[in-house]
Ligand binder design. Structure first.
Ligand code: TLP
Length: 343
């Protein structure tokens, strides 16, 4: 089975497991796990911030950051198909008591004038707008890269209105691989940046938040409150260090695979797919209604030997990753052709 549902499905390689098995560990709640400390320092250096905090998941990275930057009743601006609004179980409202204001972007990418238009001016009737969250790369946009110039336009508007800035950089390193712009340059305008080790980078667990020393100290306390304080987490951090050392440079391979797959998909009758839209490791496509319902199409693909996720009515997402080879991509192309002709 070729699994293209997400880049979260990768399994740790024997070398990564070896690194995990030999990790030096201690109790991280006491700050005594040398491997976690090394990973946090590495992340901070890579992203050009003072300090880092290892957290169990991308959702926790986002939610701790939202809690840090807001008070209950505040308003947070997000893109309307962002992970924070779509896939985090409503946690921003339940855990931080904030209200989310959504603006639609072009394939997930917001425009500064649209953000400016929804920032509320102080008034007793309105919630204070206190935070802008962006997503790099943009998942539902199709792995879209936020251009650095657009980030600067958006963050300038937000800053001049007193908003804090958080970047959900779950796939930040895919943007780095696609553009050659450094992670530190992308991170620079933000107060907090989270990124995931367990997506394209192939680690089994974990994300990091980076920021200045004061904010990281507060986030460390919040992590404990949210139940994310881990003990001998060096075993997991070792996988993260291995991922940062060995799996960043190869991301361009995943991008080439996604591009190739988009070309194969675009040639299938009844499939709408634009290879020009493929910027990183994701491909979005739609399938003609005559070929079946969403569920039927998913099961035809499974029967043909390929797994993928639906992201809407007859709309699908495939994600390339570490455990998918160039040959797998060619096979997946044939499997999709079979699945979408079998009705
Ligand atoms: N994304 C997953 C699903 O939750 C949709 C996926 O398969 O793409 N931010 C972004 C942009 C993400 O794509 C994800 C995971 C997260 C945060 C959350 O990370 P985890 O799953 O580690 O909590």
């Amino acid at each position: 089975m070729i699994d293209l549902r997400s880049d979260t499905v990768t399994k740790p390689s024997p070398e990564m497991r070896e690194a995990m098995a030999h990790a030096d560990v201690g109790d991280d709640v006491y700050g005594e796990d040398p491997t976690v400390n090394r990973l946090e320092q590495m992340a901070a250096e890579l992203l050009g911030k003072d300090a880092g905090l290892f957290v169990p998941s991308g959702v926790m990275g986002n939610q701790l950051s939202i809690r840090l930057h807001t008070r209950p009743g505040d308003e947070v601006i997000v893109e309307s198909s962002s992970h924070i609004i779509r896939y985090e179980g409503g946690s921003a409202s339940s855990l931080s008591g904030v209200q989310l204001t959504c603006i639609s972007g072009m394939r997930g990418i917001l425009a500064a004038e649209d953000v400016k238009a929804v920032i509320r001016q102080p008034d007793i009737h309105t919630p204070p707008t206190t935070l802008l969250c962006l997503e790099q790369t943009h998942n539902c946009g199709g792995g879209t890269v936020y251009p650095l110039s657009t980030i600067h336009e958006l963050t300038d508007v937000a800053r001049s209105n007193g908003l804090a800035l958080h970047l959900d950089g779950a796939r930040l390193f895919n943007a780095v691989a696609a553009t050659g712009i450094s992670a530190a340059d992308y991170a620079s305008p933000f107060d907090t940046v989270s990124f995931c080790l367990s997506k394209a980078l192939g680690a089994p667990v974990g994300s990091l938040i980076v920021s200045d020393d004061t904010r990281i100290a507060k986030l460390r306390r919040l992590r404990k409150i949210f139940g994310g304080g881990m003990r001998q987490a060096g075993i997991l951090a070792a996988a993260g260090i291995y991922a940062l050392e060995h799996h960043v440079a190869r991301l361009t391979e995943d991008h080439q695979h996604a591009k190739r797959l988009s070309h194969l998909l675009s040639k299938i009758h009844g499939v709408q797919c634009s290879p020009d839209d493929v910027e990183t490791n994701m491909v979005l496509f739609q399938v003609d209604g005559k070929l079946g319902t969403t569920d039927e199409l998913l099961s035809h693909c499974r029967e043909a030997g390929v797994l993928l996720n639906s992201v809407g009515d007859r709309s699908f997402r495939v994600v390339t990753h570490l455990d998918v080879s160039a040959e797998d991509i060619e096979s997946a192309g044939r499997m999709f052709a079979k699945a979408f002709s079998s009705t």
